[in-house]
Design a protein. Structure first.
Length: 283
C-alpha cells in the first residue's frame, strides 16, 4: 500500500460528501471511506482535522482513482460565491458548503446507476444496483466489497439474466447494448456535449440519466438532473400545479454550467429542510 496526503482545492468535507456514498463497491460510516478500486485492490480515505485528506491504495493508479472519486481537485468556490444570494439556495449553501457529490470509479457503474434509478423509488433502485453488481463482478482478496463494473462485467450476461436481478426488460437491453457497442470508459476523454449526445441516441437514456452519468461517471457539473422526482415535486409546489419532468430544466436554467451541482445541492437542501421556496416560478 502507498499513501498520499492531499489538501482539497476549495471547501471540502469528506463526512458531508460521503453521507450517501455506500453501495456494493464502497462503504463509509464513522471510520475511513473504503472502496474497491477499478485499478485493483481496496482504497481508503479519511480527512484530518486540518482538512487534509489521507489516501491509501495499492499503487499510484489507485491513488489517482480515489482522488477522482472524491473530486479533490474540483474547487466549487465559484458556485458558492455566485449563488450565495440565490432565492432557492441561500439557506442551504452555508450548511452544504463542503459538499461535493462523490463520483463512481467507472462510467459503466454510473450508467448502471442511471438505468436502475429511472422513475422508481431510490431505495429500490439502489437495491437493484447492488444485486446486479454482486452478480456480475468479483471481490478483491480479503474484501467484502465488489469491484466496480466495466463493460466486460456484462459481456457474458443477457438482458433476461439482468431482469431476474430486478432490472426492467428495456433497461436491461439498453445497458447490455451500450456495454457491447460503446467503449463507455473512453467517454471521459470526450466533451460533455459529445458524451451526452452519444448517450441520448438510446431510447431509454433521457436527460436525467445523462445527468447522472455526467455527474457521477464523468465528473462534470454542466448537466442537471432534469426530470428528477424531487425536483418535480419542488417545482409543482412552486407553481401550484402538476408539472412534467422536462419543466425542471427551467428550474435549473439559471445555474448555467453549474446546473448539475445545483441539482444535488437542491436535493440535499430539500432533505435538510433548508430550501427557501421562492415565488419566481410560481406563475
Amino acid at each position: 500500500m502507498i499513501s498520499a496526503a492531499v489538501r482539497p482545492r476549495g471547501p471540502f468535507s469528506l463526512r458531508l460528501s460521503s453521507r450517501l456514498a455506500g453501495d456494493a463497491t464502497r462503504t463509509f460510516s464513522s471510520g475511513p471511506l473504503l472502496a474497491a478500486l477499478a485499478a485493483g485492490g481496496v482504497g481508503r480515505a479519511w480527512q484530518q482535522p486540518d482538512g487534509v485528506v489521507q489516501l491509501r491504495a495499492p499503487d499510484d493508479r489507485g491513488i489517482d482513482e480515489l482522488s477522482f472519486v472524491l473530486a479533490l481537485d474540483d474547487d466549487h468556490s465559484e458556485f458558492l460565491e455566485r449563488f450565495r444570494d440565490d432565492p432557492l439556495l441561500r439557506r442551504a449553501l452555508p450548511r452544504l458548503r463542503g459538499y461535493r457529490p462523490l463520483r463512481l470509479s467507472t462510467v459503466t457503474h454510473a450508467l448502471l446507476r442511471a438505468v436502475c434509478g429511472q422513475l422508481i423509488q431510490a431505495s429500490r433502485a439502489r437495491q437493484i444496483e447492488r444485486n446486479v453488481i454482486r452478480a456480475t463482478t468479483s471481490r478483491p482478496p480479503a474484501a467484502w466489497l465488489h469491484t466496480p463494473p466495466t463493460p466486460a462485467s456484462f459481456a457474458s450476461f443477457s438482458p433476461a439474466q439482468l431482469r431476474r436481478l430486478g432490472l426492467g426488460a428495456r433497461r436491461s437491453a439498453t445497458l447490455i447494448r451500450l456495454c457491447r457497442s460503446l467503449d463507455l470508459e473512453r467517454l471521459r476523454g470526450a466533451s460533455t456535449d459529445a458524451a451526452a449526445a452519444r448517450l441520448v441516441r438510446e431510447s431509454r437514456i433521457g436527460p436525467w440519466s445523462v445527468g447522472v452519468v455526467c455527474l457521477e461517471g464523468l465528473g462534470r457539473y454542466e448537466r442537471g438532473l432534469v426530470g428528477d422526482l424531487g425536483l418535480i415535486k419542488l417545482l409543482a409546489k412552486m407553481r401550484g400545479r402538476r408539472v412534467e419532468g422536462w419543466e425542471t430544466a427551467e428550474l435549473l436554467e439559471p445555474y448555467g454550467e453549474w446546473a448539475g451541482l445545483a441539482s444535488v445541492y437542491i436535493l440535499a437542501g430539500l432533505g435538510q429542510g433548508t430550501i427557501a421556496v421562492p415565488d419566481r416560478l410560481a406563475a
